[in-house]
Design a protein around this ligand. Structure first.
Ligand SMILES: [Zn+2]
Length: 102
């Protein structure tokens, strides 16, 4: 969808990068100043803000010689994680392991 009809003025809102709660997401902006956010991306930001700072207790599994970790569904959705995606594991210290999503 390239342009969308503005409900405020009836003009055509053009595709634009918008700031939603401090995060850049896709959307449409009209000449009248009205902004329309990409609904899936906006929902993801809201979910992400809700989960920010939370920690989750998960149980490690095993796949051959490797340990595997299960990521809760709401965390997957908020961070856009899916099978096959490459993430980075960072060893902080003996008690702390970080997961960095590129
Ligand atoms: Zn408008």
């Amino acid at each position: 969808m390239k342009g969308m009809k503005c409900v405020k003025c009836g003009g055509i809102a053009e595709k634009a990068g918008l700031s939603f709660q401090g995060v850049e997401i896709d959307g449409w902006r009209c000449k009248c100043g009205e902004e329309y956010f990409n609904p899936e991306q906006a929902e993801r930001i809201l979910l992400l803000n809700k989960l920010k700072g939370e920690s989750f207790e998960v149980t490690l599994g095993r796949s051959r010689s490797n340990l595997i970790i299960r990521i809760p569904t709401k965390v997957q959705a908020a961070l856009g994680l899916e099978p096959g995606k490459t993430v980075k594991l960072k060893v902080e210290d003996a008690k702390k392991l970080g997961l960095i999503v590129a």
